[in-house]
Design a protein around this ligand. Structure first.
Ligand code: NDP
Length: 279
């Protein structure tokens, strides 16, 4: 059997957990794949992707800051990737064409609903941030018929563009000041503020009773937004590690035609970071 090659491209990339996660999936499903991480800047993306596929590479994950470039690069797009204008997964098809998909949204929805029993239908959802990640998660969240989704962003016109593009009656946006006296059952942090330990300016009573918080960012310690949720008695305040594993599983399924079991992988990564924090 031949070993098929896959990689994650991004900048920075050295801390990426994707090689580890796909390695665990490969072991579990006995799929002969080799998955590496490559530091690729926006400027270098096109040439690096061309070279990767020309040398027989089968699939790529693309992360910050490459998702919009990957969307432009793909010759074909899944419906959800077309809508989101962001691609996190590229797959070389048998005829040589490159398919672009976005598995971030389904990854988030699976983590929320299957791993954490958070119900989306009829819930009031707030998304903080209006970047590539927000674009990726909106479609799959809207499919679950929440009562409403509000987007809040520092740069309002970026949020307005997304609302206009998705054109859904349940979708609206504002700046952070516009959140005063509103309440939500689920608040999703899709800003990159957590990465630098910051938080957008949020009113103290934003989270409804029994509401949940979810930070797309993740780290070895609770992020600033996870801590914000815990301090406000969120029913659950979660970070994006589960989503990371779930979006990877969807990419793996697209590439290999077999869906790995995510629970043992999430478990292992959680146990490892607990051990780190105790040592
Ligand atoms: P982008 O750079 O495209 O967007 C970043 C967003 O964050 C923008 O809306 C920006 O606002 C906002 N922002 C940044 N800093 C601040 C701040 N200090 N205060 C308020 N708003 C701020 O990033 P992405 O959308 O690609 O990624 C967002 C986050 O999601 C990252 O942390 C990323 O790691 C995470 N992610 C996690 C995934 C997972 O699997 N767990 C998958 C995908 C993403 P403005 O428009 O005003 O500049």
């Amino acid at each position: 059997t031949t070993t098929d090659r896959y990689a994650v491209f991004g900048h920075p990339i050295s801390h990426s957990k994707s090689p580890r996660i796909h390695g665990l999936f490969a072991e579990q499903t006995r799929q002969p794949i080799h998955y590496t991480a490559q530091d690729v800047t926006a400027e270098a993306f096109q040439a690096a992707a061309d070279a990767f596929f020309a040398n027989g590479g089968k699939g790529l994950n693309c992360t910050v800051p490459l998702k919009e470039l990957a969307w432009q690069y793909a010759g074909r797009l899944s419906e959800r990737a077309r809508k989101s204008k962001a691609v996190n997964t590229l797959a070389r098809q048998t005829d040589g064409g490159i398919l672009g998909d976005n598995t971030d949204g389904i990854g988030l929805v699976n983590d929320l609903t299957l791993n954490h029993n958070i119900t989306l239908p009829n819930s009031r959802i707030l998304i903080l941030g209006a970047g590539g990640a927000t674009r990726g998660i909106l479609g799959p969240l809207l499919e679950h018929r929440p009562a409403c989704i509000a987007i809040a962003n520092r740069t309002l016109d970026k949020a307005e563009t997304i609302v206009a593009e998705f054109a859904d009656p349940d979708l609206s946006c504002s700046d952070y000041a516009g959140l005063a006296s509103r309440q939500f059952d689920l608040i999703i942090n899709a800003t990159s503020a957590s990465l630098s330990g910051e938080l957008p300016p949020l009113p103290g009573d934003l989270l409804a009773e029994n509401g949940c918080c979810y930070d797309l960012a993740y780290g070895n310690r609770p992020t600033a937004f996870v801590q914000w949720g815990l301090a406000r008695q969120a029913r659950q305040s979660l970070d994006g590690l589960g989503m990371l594993v779930e979006q990877a599983a969807e990419a793996f399924a697209l590439w290999r035609g077999i869906r790995p079991d995510t629970a043992p992988v999430i478990d292992l990564l959680n146990r490892e970071r607990k051990a780190l924090n105790l040592s």
